[in-house]
Ligand binder design. Structure first.
Ligand SMILES: [Zn+2]
Length: 312
């Protein structure tokens, strides 16, 4: 019996060892091999339903194919969980005539007709392969992403596995841009804050997130929205109000200067016509007093600026 335990920190609790419990022999079947003979990380799809469990796949291999255990070393479920199902020290059954030379990694699902793995699957597949390539010296021939091949790309295979979209998702797989990229919802929420200056409302966020518009198109649509236009207009209204206020202040200063000049003239006049009584608290003289006329003008000006509509 061969038993190689693995600890893959980047996968955290998304790595589950099922070797002890999954149906069939995970430790001896088909035969024990040397890790130095492994040249490829072979990528498969189950070509079955998304909900298929590791147990169901193992049972199919055992009961329908008549094998001694599951044909793969790893299964990766839709949620990105990586199941360790066949010991890597054993050859399994997933690439004709090359089982000695591969570690078989199978993603649950059928990736034909436009269907591709989930971001979680791609992210976990990337982390698993990255571990073998960069952190596992015993696999002396697995040292670059060039050895990560789709089943059909391996020599002598007649299969469509892992589906017709493999070249498209292989790029994301190798780059590891799966769930490590900010998700669509988060990007759209950020656009709400950047463009509209607010948190998203649930209705808007939901329809954008589930719609077919690209992030760029969503940004353009937000920029063109009436809400954004009003947001842009608002500061210019403040600007024009500030300009008005500044000019009013200037007029007030001019009026104050005029007021001081008039007061001086009145004082001069009073001192020259000495016989007149000086009455500063006589309201009846308001009609002819230029000081009060200027006060009245100032008051009207303030009413005009600060109480629009109340000036008849
Ligand atoms: Zn395959």
């Amino acid at each position: 019996m061969a038993k190689i335990d693995l600890t893959i920190p980047s996968l955290g609790n998304k790595f589950i060892d099922l070797r002890d419990t999954i149906p069939g022999d995970s430790y001896n079947w088909s035969w024990v091999r040397s890790l130095s003979g492994v040249n490829y990380l072979a990528i498969h799809h189950t070509a079955g339903p998304d909900t298929q469990t590791p147990e169901q796949i193992a049972n199919y291999h055992i009961n329908s194919n008549g094998w001694g255990g599951i044909g793969y070393h790893f299964l990766i479920a839709k949620d990105g969980t990586v199941y360790y199902v066949g010991d890597i020290s054993t050859a399994r059954a997933n690439v004709a005539n090359l089982n000695d030379a591969v570690i078989g990694i199978c993603l649950t699902g059928n990736f034909t007709s436009g269907r591709v793995p989930t971001d979680e699957q791609l992210d976990s597949a990337h982390k698993l392969c990255d571990f073998f390539i960069n952190n596992y010296p015993d696999l002396s021939n697995v040292k670059s992403w060039d050895v990560v091949l789709g089943h059909k790309e391996l020599p002598g295979q007649s299969t469509t596995c892992p589906g017709d979209n493999w070249p498209g998702w292989r790029v994301r797989f190798v780059e590891g841009s799966g769930s490590s990229a900010p998700d669509r919802g988060a990007q759209i929420s950020e656009l709400y804050r950047e463009v509209l200056g607010r948190d998203p409302d649930m209705g808007g966020l939901h329809s954008y997130t589930n719609g077919s518009m690209s992030i760029d198109q969503i940004m353009y649509s937000m920029v063109e929205s009436e809400e954004h236009k009003q947001l842009v207009r608002a500061p210019s209204q403040v600007d024009s109000l500030q300009t008005t206020l500044a000019s009013v202040n200037q007029q007030v200063i001019i009026l104050q200067e005029t007021l001081q000049e008039r007061e001086k003239e009145i004082a001069d006049l009073k001192s020259r016509t000495n016989h007149l009584p000086v009455t500063t608290d006589e309201p009846s003289s308001s009609k002819s007093d230029p000081t009060l006329t200027i006060f009245q003008a100032l008051f009207n000006l303030y009413k005009f600026v600060f109480m629009p509509g109340k000036v008849s």
